[in-house]
Design a protein around this ligand. Structure first.
Ligand code: FE2
Ligand code: FE2
Ligand code: FE2
Length: 411
């Protein structure tokens, strides 16, 4: 039963990568463009079929180590000042999950310069080929972010890349790039709105799929990327996931549903990656304008998860956590009739976790205060009374989950 959930690996990573592709300019699709350029280079270099998938999968999440808009802005400079931190963080994240382990080394070296002087200590051919390809593709995409017709900038971009041959970039790759850069389609692919379907054309029949366990591992990585947006949400996604799974078990969900609830909890705030850092880190109440920005996060979680086959239920459990039974929640204004038990569980798990955790403007709340708020929300028909009651009845166990998650040493 546990293997019912089966998804193509590249599709899962492509969908999740969209959440990482927001910066202060909006949805940039940087990872998609770098992945597509990497595939162009792979074709020109006549890489074998088996080399395509790890190249694509690492390209589509190569900046997993940078969560905040601040960090992303730093990577927009052609010559990045201290890129190693996000490379190392990305390495540690991917290295922690079996299915992504082979990609970790590629991500670690994706800013290594060909002539050495790298934090990693590597140079030349010792740098993994996939890392060298991603580095070049990544820097081309940074140079390509100019207003106007991309074809008008093409020569300038190629010249800039050629000027760094043998220093920043592998000379063989620069030569390959110079050749394919003559094709208008490469540049037009970078600017068109159909980039997603262009990627599918390249990898459509890729047979590598992931099962529920592997999806859980990948979702755990993304929960860490989400929570990395702000020290104040440190491990919030993991705690929501644990509490939601715990409540699902109490309610009598089977093992597979409990695990899906855990995945949904890890991903429930995926859309927070689209929110400016200063709003998430504001040490006080949000004003109306800021709150209107916050409201997009569950909408974006929903849109991203709806790109994944077989994720309908997980999506509804993850994305409706700010809906209320009386229809006054956001962003869909669903009502009790439309909110399933799983979605109701997530709403309770999210509120409980947020209240028990420290926030920039207050300490985690006491049991009495939390009970008061939950009972109040049941009375106002925001959340489900039975589920809130279950949580309050087994309060000690839920509290232990917080100690377990927040007391962990590792990343
Ligand atoms: Fe990077
Ligand atoms: Fe990048
Ligand atoms: Fe939320």
């Amino acid at each position: 039963m546990a293997d019912q959930l089966k998804i193509q690996l590249y599709k899962l990573l492509s969908a999740f990568s969209l959440a990482m592709d927001y910066n202060r300019h909006g949805l940039m699709r940087h990872h998609q463009r770098v992945a597509l350029l990497a595939l162009y280079l792979a074709e020109e270099l006549q890489l074998s079929g088996e080399e395509y998938l790890p190249l694509f999968c690492s390209a589509i999440i190569h900046d997993a180590g940078s969560s905040t808009f601040r960090e992303k802005a730093n990577l927009e400079h052609f010559e990045v000042n201290n890129p190693w931190e996000h490379c190392e963080r990305g390495f540690n994240l991917l290295d922690s999950v079996r299915i992504l382990k082979p990609l970790a080394g590629i991500v670690r070296h994706h800013h290594d310069n060909w002539d050495g002087q790298n934090f990693s200590g590597l140079s030349g051919n010792l740098i993994p080929l996939a890392s060298r390809i991603i580095y070049l593709a990544d820097r081309v995409d940074i140079l390509a972010q100019k207003p106007g017709n991309i074809l008008d900038h093409r020569d300038e971009i190629v010249e800039k890349i050629q000027s760094k041959s043998g220093t920043m970039f592998d000379p063989g790759l620069v030569e390959a790039f110079s050749h394919i850069a003559q094709k208008e389609c490469l540049w037009l692919d970078l600017t068109n709105q159909f980039i997603q379907s262009r990627l599918e054309q390249n990898l459509g029949n890729c047979p590598v799929t992931v099962n529920q366990d592997e999806i859980t591992g990948i979702s755990l990585i993304f929960s860490k990327i989400i929570d990395g947006k702000s020290p104040f949400t440190f491990r919030h996604s993991q705690l929501v996931a644990e509490v939601a799974r715990f409540l699902a078990e109490k309610i009598g969900f089977d093992k597979e549903q409990q695990n899906n609830m855990y995945i949904a909890g890890l991903l429930h705030d995926l859309g927070k990656l689209s929110i400016p850092d200063e709003i998430l880190e504001k040490p006080g109440r949000l004003n109306k304008v800021e709150y209107n920005v916050i409201k997009q996060h569950t909408y974006i979680t929903y849109q991203i998860l709806s790109n994944i086959d077989c994720f309908e239920e997980i999506n509804s459990w993850a994305s409706y956590h700010h809906e209320k039974l009386d229809g006054t929640g956001y962003p869909f204004h669903l009502t009790g009739k439309e909110l399933t038990t799983g979605s109701r569980v997530m709403a309770v798990a999210d509120i409980f976790s947020a209240l028990i955790e420290d926030r920039p403007y207050r300490q985690g709340m006491s049991r009495n205060e939390i009970e008061k708020i939950l009972v109040g929300q049941v009375k106002s028909r925001a959340i489900d009374g039975e589920i809130a009651g279950l949580l309050l009845d087994s309060y000690g166990e839920a509290e232990d989950l917080k100690e377990k998650i927040h007391g962990r040493e590792e990343l």
